[in-house]
Design a protein around this ligand. Structure first.
Ligand code: CA
Length: 728
């Protein structure tokens, strides 16, 4: 018995060691995993590894690399568990490699139908896998949640989580929560009703579902969300287009399980249509759009929420990275400091600071939020970028923004150029938090956008295809005046922002000439890593922001890196490629980054790595040979409106091209109205994602052709500097 007791005690000790939190993990010769897309359960994207550090990071070189199959956006963070490195790629494909040697172990292609691309607002991307006990879980663009054997790639089960008669997609990574796999979905630009679902990890059966917006028929769903909607959320909606569109509120990225408090948090997206005046008659906060919601992980029942942008109308999603932290906080700060009495208030007054369980959030709307995660109360909301013009700040007592009345374009009837715009001051690109420096590293950007109530029938029309957001696209499109055009592109920039949540201000920042730079990762080596849209992989001192490494990696980078240790060697892994919402919809990608190649590739680095990347493929020079412009001004104008409504989402603003969907301005089909029509309305290329827009009349299809011909001539004559050298 004595021996057995000792055995149990030893096991318990070992178990305890294994369960140490990520910040406590010993950094010795043993292997160190990167166990979910955001490192560990706190999702800080901070590794305790310090073999690579500020004194030697300049010696980083490539250990191995793998080219990937599809030249579309690669947004996944590599996950390393048990010596295997797992990634997802464009079109929801999964690859497993030996994390040390790069040998491919297996791959899995869920064979998503190419025509599904039309339902993806923001490219056919996927942000990664979840791993639990030898099993791998991922979502597919067509809404399946699939479980594989992580050792062999054999399929264990698959569950269809969405209705494919509607434009739902999945691009986010699932999360493991106890004995469940939790997944959300996307589609709020087109018109769906958002929800989060928990599936049984063993067989993929549904355990609970939480809808983020009301049932359009006003009846219960038999879902975990029924109670809170009946009690509080339904009455924050008024009559409007949401009843037909589904209302939006998709949970397309951040889902975080708080092990300490046994709470599940998720970030909710924008409304559909965006225009609150159309969506809900301009009335009501529209819960739970643009909110962080906390639920009981076992039941999915509501615990608390914080709505960052009440009555959302600018596509200000709250889906961005949620980071769990614990920090010292002044006792007087925050909306919960009021009204406390007796012992609790007394004890708080005796200390200057109090240890608080918080979460950090830097959503599209440009403010950095510190929220008490025990109850959802707002502690701080301060700008992490400059020039925000939709609100001047937040009232900490009410937790609500102090808005600029001009920003509500549907109330004033006047157009409004919002900063940030719909692409956000911070989009999905993951941020990271270093408990050592106390700083949060945000891939931020300046991408203004105009909003206006739609007046044309084209913009007012609604249907499954194209953006269904209830705003006029004409104001959002690039201007025709060459100088204004160039100024608009030049004003679209990026930043790495190191934000101090305690001080509520930026500690340091780095300016980039282009927006849409990669996610960040930070380590105990006092380092922050980030790839840029201009094809550089950078490392900075985490405390000071001093640049320590700037390596040419050939391709733009949007994804975030991860790091792990095997056999005493620390590796850094990341995906290259351009892609995602910004180049797809804006196309210009900040002007300069248009010239940076788009190469889908996994790169793994280590100190002293000596592997070279292959020579760059020859880039074809653009040959400007458009057909004669024969369209009437009326046809070109109609084509412009139609283009904004149906084409911009994939082919870029003003047909400018984006480097990975076809550049229509140089398309041979421009000269051939019949072929053009067979593709645009006939769907001849539907297997490649270009479904037919059969709702367009032959005259409209022809107007589109004339508009693109006009754009081709305009670009040829005006934008002479598209091949000028890039300053990066
Ligand atoms: Ca959106």
């Amino acid at each position: 018995m004595r021996r057995l007791g000792l055995f149990i005690a030893t096991c318990l000790l070992a178990a305890c060691q294994n369960q140490k939190t990520e910040q406590d993990a010993p950094v010795a010769e043993k292997d160190v995993a990167w166990s979910n897309v955001a490192y560990g359960s706190k999702e800080q994207r901070h590794s305790p590894l310090d073999q690579i550090n500020e004194s030697n990071v300049s010696d980083l070189g490539i250990a191995w690399f793998k080219d990937l199959p599809d030249a579309r956006g690669q947004e996944a963070t590599p996950v390393m568990v048990d010596g295997k490195l797992f990634i997802t790629t464009a079109w929801s494909k999964v690859f497993a490699y030996d994390a040390k040697t790069g040998k491919e172990l297996w791959s899995y292609d869920p064979e998503v139908d190419g025509s599904k691309a039309i339902d993806a607002c923001c490219d056919v991307v996927n942000r990664g896998v979840a791993i639990s006990r030898g099993r791998l879980f991922f979502g597919t663009l067509d809404g399946r949640l699939i479980a594989l054997d992580a050792n062999t790639g054999a399929r264990l089960w698959a569950s269809q989580t969405t209705d494919n008669s509607k434009p739902y997609t999945i691009t986010g990574a699932p999360r493991i929560v106890k004995n469940m796999v939790v997944i959300g979905n996307g589609g709020a630009e087109f018109g769906v009703r958002g929800y989060v679902s928990a599936y049984n990890i063993a067989d993929g059966s549904l355990k609970w579902r939480f809808y983020t917006v009301p049932n359009p028929e006003g009846k219960p769903d038999g879902a975990a969300s029924d109670e809170i909607f009946a009690k509080a959320a339904n009455k924050t909606w008024s009559d409007g287009a949401w009843k037909e569109s589904g209302g939006g509120g998709t949970v397309w990225d951040s889902i975080v399980y708080d092990e300490e408090l046994d709470q599940l948090y998720f970030g909710v997206g924008n409304g559909n249509p965006w225009n609150h005046g159309l969506r809900s008659g301009g009335e009501g906060d529209n819960l739970f759009l643009s909110s962080i919601v906390a639920v009981n992980p076992d039941t999915g029942k509501y615990l608390w929420h914080y709505q960052e942008t009440p009555a959302e109308t600018w596509d200000y999603t709250a889906t961005q990275s949620i980071i769990i932290a614990e920090i010292d906080w002044p006792v007087s700060g925050g909306s919960d400091a009021e009204g406390k009495e007796g012992e609790e208030a007394e004890s708080e007054k005796t200390a200057l600071t109090k240890r608080r369980k918080v979460l950090f959030h830097a959503p599209k709307n440009g403010f950095f939020f510190v929220i008490d995660r025990t109850n959802g109360r707002l502690l701080s909301a301060e700008p992490f970028v400059e020039n925000i013009n939709w609100a001047e700040g937040y009232d900490l007592k009410t937790g609500r923004p102090i808005e600029n009345p001009a920003a509500r374009f549907y109330k004033t009837g006047e157009p409004f150029i919002a900063i940030p715009g719909a692409l956000g001051a911070h989009n999905w690109h993951p941020m990271s938090y270093n408990p050592g420096t106390g700083l949060v590293y945000i891939p931020a950007q300046q991408v203004p956008q105009g909003y206006e109530v739609p007046s044309s029938e084209v913009d007012k029309s609604r249907g499954r295809q194209g953006f269904n957001v209830g705003v006029a696209w004409s104001i959002a499109q690039l201007p025709d005046d060459k100088e204004v055009y160039k100024a608009a592109i030049a004003s679209t920039t990026g930043q790495l922002v190191a934000f101090d949540p305690k001080a509520g201000k930026v500690a340091w920042s780095v300016d980039y000439p282009a927006a849409w730079n990669g996610g960040t990762m930070t380590t105990a080596g006092n380092l922050v890593f980030q790839g840029t849209s201009l094809g550089l992989f950078k490392a900075y001192a985490a405390d000071s922001g001093e640049e320590l490494l700037s390596m040419d990696v050939q391709s733009g980078v949007v994804a975030a890196p991860s790091t792990y240790m095997i056999d005493g060697v620390q590796y850094i892994a990341f995906l290259t490629s351009k892609g995602g919402a910004f180049p797809l919809t804006a196309g210009v990608a900040g002007g300069a980054s248009r010239q940076i190649p788009n190469i889908p590739r996994l790169i793994v680095m280590k100190l002293g790595g000596k592997t070279s990347l292959p020579a760059l493929p020859q880039q074809n020079e653009i040959v400007w040979d458009p057909p004669e412009p024969t369209g009437t001004p009326a046809q070109v104008a109609e084509g412009k409106a139609l283009y904004g409504r149906y084409c911009l989402v994939c082919h870029g603003d003003s047909a400018i091209g984006n480097g990975f969907t076809p550049d229509l301005r140089i398309s041979a089909t421009l000269a051939d109205a019949e072929t053009w029509s067979s593709i645009v309305s006939g769907g001849a290329l539907k297997d490649r994602g270009m479904v037919g827009f059969s709702q367009l009349t032959p005259a409209q299809v022809e107007s589109l052709r004339h508009y693109v011909i006009e754009r081709s001539h305009w670009t040829k004559e005006n934008v002479v500097d598209v091949t000028a050298p890039v300053a990066r």
